[in-house]
Design a protein around this ligand. Structure first.
Ligand SMILES: NC(=O)c1ccc[n+]([C@@H]2O[C@H](COP(=O)([O-])OP(=O)(O)OC[C@H]3O[C@@H](n4cnc5c(N)ncnc54)[C@H](OP(=O)(O)O)[C@@H]3O)[C@@H](O)[C@H]2O)c1
Length: 86
């Protein structure tokens, strides 16, 4: 099982660039952002390289973030790294 990396704010900028780089390196990714269309498009693209889970969530919503993390599917639940970019 490869390592899972959690990146907040992956729909543009540094977060998106990190997602691309770590996908190339074979990491499984959990990606977040508020703009669902952009997040889904990125997940669809990167899923050709690795396992990717996209979560549409606002990092300012603490409860939603806690729920999202608590309910990660088992194959993504063991996080190895966090890029808290958003
Ligand atoms: N660019 C620079 O020169 C620079 C320099 C130093 C530090 N930084 C820092 O690096 C980080 C990223 O910068 P960037 O230039 O890559 O910015 P960016 O292109 O605006 O990207 C920000 C990302 O964060 C997400 N985001 C913003 N607010 C969010 C929220 N409340 N909940 C969830 N996601 C949220 C955005 O996605 P959605 O809109 O889809 O939610 C987007 O994916 C920021 O913290 C910035 O302050 C940037």
């Amino acid at each position: 099982m490869s390592d899972t990396l959690f990146i907040t704010g992956a729909t543009s900028g540094f977060g998106e660039a990190c997602a691309r780089r770590f996908a190339e390196a074979g990491w499984k990714l959990v990606l977040t952002g508020r703009r669902a269309e952009r997040l889904n498009a990125l997940c669809a693209e990167l899923s050709k390289q690795t396992e990717v889970l996209g979560l549409v969530v606002d990092v300012r919503d603490r409860k939603a973030m806690e729920e999202a993390i608590a309910n990660l599917p088992p194959s993504f639940a063991t996080l190895r790294g966090l890029i808290n970019n958003a």
